[in-house]
Design a protein around this ligand. Sequence first.
Ligand SMILES: C[S@@+](CC[C@H](N)C(=O)[O-])C[C@H]1O[C@@H](n2cnc3c(N)ncnc32)[C@H](O)[C@@H]1O
Length: 251
Amino acid sequence: MKKLFSLMLAFFVFFAGCAERESTPVPVIVSVDEDESLTAPEVAVSGAGEKQEVIEEVEKVAKEPDVIYVPTPNDVVAKMLELANVQKDDLLYDLGCGDGRIVVTAAKRFGCKAVGYDIDPQRIKESLDNVAVNNVGHLVTIEQKDIFTLDLGKANVITLYLLPSLNVKLIPQLKKLKPGSRIVSHDFRMKGVKPDKIVELTSSEDNAQHKVFLWTAPIKKRNKMKQAGDDVVSQAKFESTPVAIGGLSSP
Ligand SMILES: C[S@@+](CC[C@H](N)C(=O)[O-])C[C@H]1O[C@@H](n2cnc3c(N)ncnc32)[C@H](O)[C@@H]1O
């Protein structure tokens, strides 16, 4: 009898607890992904407004890449760094660093400091492995960040392999570069901003033609240029390119 009573009491306490939880606002733990690197820190919030803010913050961190991963062939990387005239005292940022080959090569060949940013946790892992294998941890930093949230003011070399529309989206940030800073982009122009130079080369890795565009800060936007449909063509090029995922480069 005593046992039955204890059981009933336990049920009562349990159901009362549930009812209480439904009617009273309690802290909410917001988490969107099992993968730790994609999940924002757990945050307890009480009001609806605060909860919305936290959800927006989580979405910012967990954003999907704006462009798929395709590595730049190593001979094209070398051409990009040569065209940017990278020097030992430069600070290079690769926006969307993939497996980190550009930042690793810059540090190894020129002894400069470099930061690689990518939003994809798999790419971050590959970049960190690449940095470790090539012993450039004292020069190279890898950060998981959305490139559109970055302050580029400290960098003086920017490397890009994105899409024409993403290059254009970066213009407000690129305008903050110090005068004399160099921007190099693999294959894609920046609509409305005239490059100082365009170099074409055939990579021995894929036997394909590649272009490298160079701009020097301060960049100035021209009035009108006709390049409609650039991204469609560019995406098609990415999609037809074989992707060597996970390979460590030994620049
Ligand atoms: C075409 S790959 C270029 C990789 C490397 N820069 C190279 O040239 O070998 C573009 C990279 O940008 C990353 N990416 C896309 N959108 C991004 C964003 N909003 N923030 C940070 N990285 C992003 C992708 O994950 C991918 O690794």
